[in-house]
Design a protein around this ligand. Structure first.
Ligand code: ATP
Ligand code: MG
Ligand code: MG
Ligand code: MG
Length: 449
């Protein structure tokens, strides 16, 4: 069944009757009217590079403050990021679930966060007058879920559940596009263990998997000691991406590699608490946050397990968040130039864009070469299936289409330029993530890709 699924000819029902992905057939708007940049509601001015680039390139569109339409290219990048996260979670034995966003106030009253969360919680009533909120996080829900099954056996632990869903927070200052939304995707994971020791081991395993995710994306990050905030708990770290636009301030010791969020440092001192060396400060974007919770939630929700003596014991918990849409925007923020989006290679919505000659130009006599390169590429490199775009807007010059392609950040843009007339024909390959331009025959292109 699975191999049958893979062999489906995805173009069979496509009305363009082309077996190529044609840019002209996609909804990929790049012509946003200036007066439409701002969404509905309060001002949503362009406050940072990623927001500006993503709106102007037709990747996101403002809906109302802190809420965006994710356009098709963004959804592709998002799904790729989710795939990377899923792979890493699977490798540490975590299972994916999906919990309701609509959450009963009852749960939040048990943990006392119905009050603690204050105005950040989106609250609503159903038709029976019952209180609900749109979940900003799911400690209450998941602990309630686990407790509902009575006691687990110690042999079943650790239980590691995660989800990648929309979260809702009525942020006082939604801004910077996807970096601080009021509705955004978070990957949140909750772990249940038999003891503090076991929970800390799980904690380290999850932190390592988070480091692997950022390494695979090629994003430089700093893991810092952090405050536990309204989530609570005993130990906590943040994964921070150093960036000027970052809203957190982090302090690092270059001598012993100690690093902390200033929120965590008493009196915000300038000396390293470990080696007394000098701390240097920088701004960071918080892309992940991990907590060892102890029994804060498992105690009040009575989430327990049975130990080897068959006695019920309160489970030790951890929770682990990744800002999925924030990671996407942070990547764009730190990798892009002023005019052109750059993605981590793994996340680029499409890997390759091929630009055939302008219709009626000298080079146009080489009709079919771009299409044949397309076919050869996809045959030779199955991982490129569905990843190659043909910019068939041949009424436009190659230069204009190249500019658009650079702006959208395909890792490889392949142009049928002047040298396509040589024998054998030579393509111009712009490797955008490394900033190189290569001149290669069809065989050469296949080789490097
Ligand atoms: P911040 O300090 O930026 O407000 P937080 O500490 O309130 O974030 P957590 O409760 O730790 O956030 O949530 C886990 C992760 O979810 C964060 O590390 C961050 O990456 C992401 N996140 C939190 N708030 C937002 C938001 N408003 N928009 C996008 N991502 C967010
Ligand atoms: Mg917050
Ligand atoms: Mg924070
Ligand atoms: Mg946090």
């Amino acid at each position: 069944l699975f191999s049958g699924y893979r062999n489906v000819n995805r173009f069979h029902y496509h009305r363009s009757k082309s077996k190529h992905l044609l840019l002209s057939r996609l909804f990929q708007p790049m012509n946003l009217r200036e007066d439409r940049v701002v969404g509905v509601g309060r001002s949503n001015e362009l406050t940072c590079k990623s927001q500006q680039l993503m709106i102007q390139a037709g990747l996101i569109h403002p809906a109302n403050p802190g809420c965006f339409y994710y356009l098709p290219y963004t959804v592709r990048a998002l799904e790729k990021l989710i795939r990377v996260i899923d792979e890493e979670m699977e490798s540490i034995g975590s299972q994916k679930v999906n919990m309701p966003s609509l959450s009963s106030a009852e749960l939040w009253k048990i943990s006392e966060r119905w009050q603690v969360m204050g105005k950040e919680l989106f609250r609503l009533k159903d038709r029976h007058g019952m209180d609900y909120c749109l979940s900003p996080t799911h400690e209450e829900a998941v602990t309630h879920l686990i407790a509902s099954y009575g006691s687990l056996s110690y042999k079943q632990l650790p239980v590691m559940l995660y989800q990648i869903t929309r979260k809702f927070r009525d942020e006082p200052k939604p801004r910077f596009g996807l970096l601080r939304g009021r509705e955004f995707y978070m990957k949140d994971m909750y772990t249940f263990d038999v003891s503090e020791e076991a929970a800390k081991e799980t904690y380290n395993i999850v932190c390592e998997s988070y480091s692997r995710i950022f390494d695979r994306l090629g994003l430089r990050f700093v893991k810092v000691e952090a405050d536990t905030g309204s989530i609570g708990g005993k130990m906590s770290h943040e994964f921070q991406i150093p960036a000027n636009i970052g809203e957190d301030r982090i302090l690092m010791c270059l001598a012993c590699r100690f690093a902390a969020n200033v929120e965590k440092m008493e009196s915000g001192g300038t000396d390293c608490p470990q080696c007394k060396g000098k701390l240097t400060g920088t701004k960071g974007i918080e892309v992940g946050h991990t907590f060892y919770l102890g029994t804060k939630y498992s105690h009040v929700f009575k989430a327990s397990y049975h130990n080897a003596e068959n006695k019920p014991v309160t489970a030790e918990m951890g929770c682990f968040g990744l800002g999925v849409t924030r990671i996407l925007a942070a990547s764009v923020e730190i990798l892009s130039t002023e005019d052109d989006i750059r993605w981590p290679s793994l996340l680029a919505p499409y890997q390759v864009c091929i630009v055939p000659p302008k219709r009626g130009s000298k080079e146009d006599v080489t009709e079919g070469l771009s299409e044949s390169l397309y076919d050869t590429l996809v045959d030779a490199a199955p991982q490129l299936r569905g990843e190659v775009i043909l910019d068939d807007r041949s009424h436009l010059t190659v230069g204009k289409r190249l500019k658009d392609a650079k702006r959208l950040g395909y890792p490889y843009v392949i142009i049928a330029g002047k040298r396509i007339l040589e024998d054998p024909p030579v393509f111009e390959v712009c490797c955008q993530n490394v900033g190189d331009t290569l001149f290669l025959t069809q065989e050469g292109v296949v080789d490097i890709l």
